[in-house]
Design a protein around this ligand. Structure first.
Ligand code: SAM
Length: 347
């Protein structure tokens, strides 16, 4: 079993314990944990419109144990996601539990949440008080009617705007807004988003649509490429490229030339960044996914249920990370979607 695995092949820090490093030489420092696959939105490009969870949720203590083990292997950032993570009433407890843990450099890990923002008006301050470092809010239109057509929830636009303002009041700066652009759905929103970013002092990040939806909607023609987004915004508000803030940063950053804010573009389809990927994912039911597009999951929760010690879990993770895929194959002949869609993996 896991404890018998050979660890010799894995990376070690110069003085200390083995660290997560995959067979392609990438250091894995970012953990994304889905804490539910339930969601209160039914975004048309993500969900079929059916309600309900498909996969189990674990207790806060289970997630905290797994996160503690991951941190002992060099993880520095933890992002909680879903589904909609704010649907879990114990989210502040989970955040404060993570806050009390330590990275291998004896620091508190950076803790972020990705949310649709619908419940953030009430929760931003409690989450900040629990130790949340940053929040990313998903918002796919700045036109209220378009937004509600996408989320299929009335009143959602105003709720999210209140959520953004609450996050700013709580000091969760800079608030980042993620916008997935789809040709023919919301690609008319690009320029309006640039204005929104400047007026509301948020960092808007446009994301290329990936084939991870529950329905079969994706086609290369639906992807709005990075180059087009930059050109369109540059025409109305000149942009200058900015350097990445961290080595594993997925967004290409551009500052408004007048110094009034920035935008980012995450282009997994037209300019894939797999070579710099530093991520590993844990699903709400405790399975490890080494890539969004993995066809194989690794059942950490089952191992724990069968009595594995922390050392067993560490040995298992070191082995699992070796199988991290070199890259995704979106758009290539023979590409197969993974069995879980984005909402069930954790975006
Ligand atoms: N409910 C939370 C939220 O709305 O941010 C967290 C989960 S959601 C699945 C995470 C992010 O994935 C959202 O920004 C969403 O827009 C994005 N997303 C969902 N499906 C996607 C797809 N097929 N391609 C790219 N991004 C997608």
């Amino acid at each position: 079993m896991a404890a018998n695995l050979h660890l010799d092949a894995h990376a070690h820090s110069s003085t200390g314990p083995p660290l997560l490093r995959d067979s392609h030489g990438r250091s894995i420092t970012d953990l994304r944990v889905s804490i539910t696959d339930r969601c209160n939105y039914k975004c048309v490009y993500c969900r079929t419109g059916q309600h309900g969870a498909q996969y189990a949720e674990l207790s806060a203590e289970d997630y905290l144990r797994f996160i503690r083990v991951f941190l002992s292997l060099g993880i520095e950032k933890v992002r909680l996601t879903g589904g909609e993570p704010l649907l879990r009433r114990d989210l502040p407890h989970i955040v404060s539990g993570i806050r009390s843990l330590r990275t291998i450099s004896d620091r508190a890990p950076e803790i972020a949440v990705t949310t649709n923002g619908h419940l953030l008006d009430d929760l931003a301050q409690p989450l900040r008080d629990s130790g949340l470092s940053r929040v990313t809010i998903s918002m796919d239109a700045v036109d209220p009617a378009t937004f509600e057509r996408i989320t299929r929830v009335s009143g959602s636009f105003q709720a999210v705007v209140r959520g953004i303002q609450a996050a700013q009041r709580a000091g969760l700066h800079p608030v980042k807004i993620n916008c997935v652009l789809l040709r023919g759905f919301n690609d008319d929103q690009v320029e309006a988003f640039a204005r929104f970013a400047r007026e509301h002092e948020v960092v808007v990040r446009f994301i290329e649509f990936m084939p991870l939806e529950e329905d079969r909607l994706w086609s290369p023609q639906m992807v709005v490429p990075l180059t087009e987004i930059v050109e369109r915004i540059h025409r109305i508000h000149p942009l200058t490229p900015l350097p990445p803030t961290t080595s594993g940063e997925t967004a290409r950053r551009y500052g408004f030339a007048d110094g009034n804010g920035e935008i980012g573009i995450i282009a997994p389809v037209t300019q894939a960044f797999c070579g710099a990927c530093s991520r590993v994912r844990l699903t709400s039911d405790g399975k490890i996914r080494t890539c969004l597009f993995s066809h194989r999951e690794h059942d950490l929760a089952a191992l724990a249920r069968n009595g594995a010690t922390d050392d067993d879990l560490r040995a298992y993770l070191l082995q699992v990370i070796q199988s991290k895929e070199a890259r995704h194959h979106i758009g290539e002949p023979g590409f197969l979607k993974p069995s879980r869609s984005m909402v069930h993996i954790g975006g």
